[in-house]
Design a protein around this ligand. Structure first.
Ligand code: FES
Length: 120
């Protein structure tokens, strides 16, 4: 289990390090009962992580995901870049499941594969 859904404040994002790599490799954004998860790697440049500070993945209005490095802006719902240097690219979605008792589950093999594909 990654976390309970209610451990993420509604409308906020939270980073996770499920592979115990020493840095957050993915993040989850909660919007009411929905959760969206992405790899914490910006498609613009190398393996750059997005937040300027732990868990700070969203803009001030909490309407979009922002990469702190060069200010790329991404949709929360589909990860598509809508503004900035990686326009036309997208964050790598990570499949998660929220169980009936609100536990967020991630398959570590899916996460590892996503990291490996992105780092190629
Ligand atoms: S590394 Fe994310 S916008 Fe440049």
């Amino acid at each position: 289990m990654l976390a309970k859904l209610d451990e993420i404040t509604n409308g906020q994002a939270k980073g996770f390090d499920p592979l115990c790599s020493g840095r957050d490799s993915m993040f989850v954004i909660r919007q009411d009962d929905k959760a969206y998860a992405y790899l914490d790697i910006c498609p613009h440049y190398g393996d750059t992580t997005l937040p300027w500070k732990k868990h700070q993945y969203l803009n001030a209005d909490k309407t979009h995901i922002v990469c702190a490095a060069h200010r790329a802006v991404f949709n929360i719902q589909d990860g598509n870049c809508v503004k900035g240097p990686c326009l036309g690219q997208a964050l790598k979605n990570i499949k998660i499941e929220v169980s009936s008792d609100q536990e967020i589950q991630v398959d570590l093999n899916i996460l590892r594969n996503a990291i490996n594909e992105t780092m190629r």
